[in-house]
Design a protein around this ligand. Structure first.
Ligand code: UDX
Length: 430
């Protein structure tokens, strides 16, 4: 799309075949049409053969996964395997760009590994750190219209080359580009690697902050929605990532905070705030379970509908999903959990928990309904219909999606996050 020829290496046979047929093995809006047009134009190809893709490449993007390993440190097994394969094929004309979220200091480790694997040490390629800030469900748009592009290296020529590659994005000069030009940050490798971790850690901390405020709001009878709106009006704070809820999840925040804490510890730094961010997040999930237990006077034998399984809307990703955590805990407490999600159909961790096709099937005979993911579908729930099929009357709206008064008007009991319950307030007004 940006005028380059791209060969993607995929070593998993099933994924490779799917990609060659233009099919994306996960839910990501806008990606399939993009792949389809690249395949049709002949500018995009997929292979599992490093010897076909690497020697003709100028730039090699390393995008392999770095899952959490021992003590929160990222497991670099996939990076190591890829570097070994790349080292066998390079001829000195390639620049390696690390997109994978790698521990701070990885460039040096990677350079040493490359050197030890190279047939001719003179062929050693330059390494540029280029962290990504893509959100799941918005990955294509975030890539094409980023706020900033971060490039880190001590090799100026390599930086120039990668900057050149990003030129259409930096200038928004591609078809569909808009007027908002992203910033370019050129720096060294460890700074670029740290920027990635610091960005995610800050966002997670912002959410944990508002979640802690939501707990205080519940205690004092204040409304966290109004608090978030008002503090977000200060440009020094900003309105985004202040939605209180059941805690953050997904494949990045938890993993990246763990990695940053472990890096800090290795260097003798105690990352107190980051540990608190993590602890508050776990507590926020547990608060949902406690709330349901308290309101239902116990979990044993209760039937609970969990609405939303994905860690956020717009994706089928359930990694570190607060919904999965809460469903597991409710089940451990002896409740029967029935879940609904617009796209998730199976969650190995939830074993025999039924994931229904319709909300009605999930809430049928439920003692409580717990909304865990802010899918827009749930904001428009037919409350009268829900009330008519439920056995109980408790609605736990962890994402503050619903109008509390409307819930009560349907004869149901409302429990949001950091919001005062409408019933006592009405009683006070009377
Ligand atoms: C995140 C970063 O946003 C992205 O820049 C980085 O590259 C990868 O990690 P993603 O994991 O796709 O992206 O999800 P994001 O939209 O950031 O949401 C993360 C979690 O925070 C979700 O569970 C979401 O529900 C929660 N969240 C987000 C809140 O609870 N409140 C908010 O205000 C915002």
């Amino acid at each position: 799309m940006l005028g380059n020829e791209v060969a993607v290496i995929e070593v998993d046979r099933a994924r490779l075949e799917a990609l060659r047929a233009g099919s994306v093995p996960f839910h990501e809006p806008d990606l399939e049409p993009l792949i389809g047009s690249g395949l049709a134009a002949g500018t995009l190809s997929f292979t599992d053969d490093y010897s076909r893709a690497i020697p003709s490449a100028e730039i090699v993007f390393m995008c392999v996964g770095t899952p959490s390993g021992a003590h929160g440190r990222p497991d670099l097994g996939f990076v190591r395997a890829a570097v070994r394969e790349i080292a066998r094929q390079v001829d000195g004309n390639e620049t390696i760009v690390t997109k994978s979220t790698v521990p701070i200091g990885t460039r040096d480790w990677l350079a040493d590994l490359l050197e030890s694997e190279l047939a001719t040490p003179a062929d050693r390629p330059a390494v540029v750190s280029n962290p990504e800030f893509l959100r799941e469900g918005r990955a294509v748009a975030d890539f094409l219209h980023p706020h900033r592009v971060i490039l880190g290296s001590n090799d100026e020529m390599a930086l120039d080359l990668v900057e050149q590659l990003y030129r259409p994005i930096l200038e928004q000069s591609f078809p569909g580009g808009d007027g908002r030009r992203p910033a370019l940050v050129r720096t060294d490798n460890p700074t670029a690697e740290t920027i990635k971790y610091a960005a995610n850690a800050f966002l997670a901390t912002k959410i944990s902050f508002i979640n802690e405020i939501s707990t205080i709001c519940e205690a004092v009878g204040a409304d966290v929605e109004a608090v978030a709106l008002a503090i977000g009006m200060d440009p020094r704070i900003g309105p985004e990532f202040l939605a209180a809820g059941p805690g953050w999840g997904g494949s990045c925040f938890g993993k990246d905070i763990d990695a940053l804490v472990s890096t800090a510890t290795e260097h003798g730094v105690e990352a107190q705030l980051l540990q608190a961010t993590r602890d508050v997040n776990l507590r926020q999930r547990e608060r949902v379970v406690d709330r349901v237990r308290r309101e239902l006077h116990g979990l044993l034998g209760r039937r609970i509908a969990v609405l939303g399984v994905a860690f956020k809307p717009g994706t089928d990703d359930v990694r570190d999903s607060p919904a999965v955590h809460v469903a597991e805990r409710l089940r451990e407490g002896g409740a029967t959990v029935v879940a609904h999600d617009p796209i998730v159909r199976r969650v190995p961790e939830l074993g025999d928990v039924e994931i229904t096709d319709t909300v009605t099937a999930a809430v049928d005979r439920a003692d409580a309904v717990v909304i865990m993911t802010d899918w827009p579908d749930y904001a428009g729930l037919d409350l009268a219909q829900v009330a008519s099929v439920m056995r109980g009357d408790l609605i736990v709206d962890t994402r503050n999606q619903l109008d509390a008064e409307a819930v009560e008007a349907a004869g149901l009991r409302y429990a949001g996050t950091g919001r005062p319950a409408p019933t006592p307030r009405r009683a006070l007004e009377l």
